[in-house]
Design a protein around this ligand. Structure first.
Ligand code: GUN
Length: 296
């Protein structure tokens, strides 16, 4: 039986609409819009595309967008000075420094400098620690978006076997923490895992976040599993000179075995920016001493 396709684009549109409503209510209560500052250093083409779409989505949701574009040779001291200024700016609720940063800048030092209350990426060690011990935290956008899709599809996740492939600080580790918080039995698999197909075959939930095109195939899956594909890989297309986007999961074979699966594009991708806006609003409420917005 063919898997049902999880429409991340439609879910993300719904979330953005709810953020828009909650943002308007925040403005009515506080007299100001929630604000997101995005910092881009250099001219990496992919980063420029991301930053532009983050800015557009922020404005479309009725939030305030502050964009800071710095030259590629910006020093670490100058970037840290900007972060310090944004930390102190009352109009700024969320700060996102687009990664990767140029080689002269220490990414960890920059992330550590962001006020954890404004860390809408959820990358600061304080937020990672809070998530790990089960306290309220700002949670990285991509894994939180994956969890939202899973709960929308499956409801209660408690007792399910979840296998996360990939152990990055940005996706794999926070994803595992979120699934543990939902009372899943969680396995984190990685490049040294022995017999990965056998491990994945145990899973009711598979989250693939390794950056290897079409690595997970249908014969690795338990029939009926829910498959979340975080990968976005550009590979050569059949026609000469063109490229296409594929995930970490071989969609064609997986869709014949899985119960539900996210496509690439149109699955997890659109969720990341929607959750970023959600996190900005959550941060704005906390900073204003208001209870968290409902329904987000
Ligand atoms: N670069 C690619 N994805 C992300 C992200 O989610 N946050 C930041 N800060 N940089 C990124």
């Amino acid at each position: 039986m063919a898997a049902s396709v999880i429409d991340g684009k439609a879910f993300a549109e719904g979330l953005r609409a709810r953020v828009g409503k909650a943002g308007a209510a925040f403005e009515a209560q506080t007299g100001r819009k929630a604000g997101l500052a995005v910092v881009l250093v250099g001219e990496d083409p992919a980063s420029q595309v991301y930053v532009r779409s983050k800015g557009k989505a922020t404005v479309a949701a009725g939030l305030e967008s502050f964009e800071h574009r710095l030259p590629v040779h910006t020093s670490q001291a100058d970037l840290l000075a900007l972060v310090a200024r944004l930390n102190g700016d009352e109009a700024v609720d969320g700060i996102l420094v687009q990664l990767p940063l140029p080689p002269q800048i220490d990414e960890k030092a920059v992330i550590d400098a962001i006020d954890p209350a404004k860390d809408v990426d959820g990358f600061h060690v304080v937020n990672a620690g809070r998530l790990a011990i089960g306290e309220d935290a700002l949670v990285p956008c991509t894994p939180l978006g994956c969890l939202m899709l899973l709960k929308d599809r499956l409801g209660d996740l408690s007792g399910l076997e979840a296998v996360v492939i990939g152990r990055s600080n940005i996706v794999g580790k926070p994803m595992a923490q979120l699934l543990l918080r939902e009372s899943c039995t969680v396995t984190v698999a990685h490049s040294r895992t022995r017999d990965l197909p056998a491990v994945v075959r145990r899973a009711d939930i598979v989250v693939a976040a390794v950056g290897r095109p079409e690595m997970v195939t249908g014969d690795w899956l338990k029939p009926g599993a829910t498959v979340i594909d975080v990968g976005i890989n550009r590979v050569p297309a059949a026609d000469e000179g063109r490229t296409r986007l594929v995930g970490d999961v071989d969609f064609a074979s997986a869709a014949g075995v899985a119960g539900a699966i996210t496509p690439v594009p149109g699955g997890v991708g659109p969720m990341t920016i929607a959750v970023l806006l959600r996190n900005t609003l959550v941060a704005a409420h906390a900073r204003a001493g208001l209870p968290p917005p409902e329904d987000l």
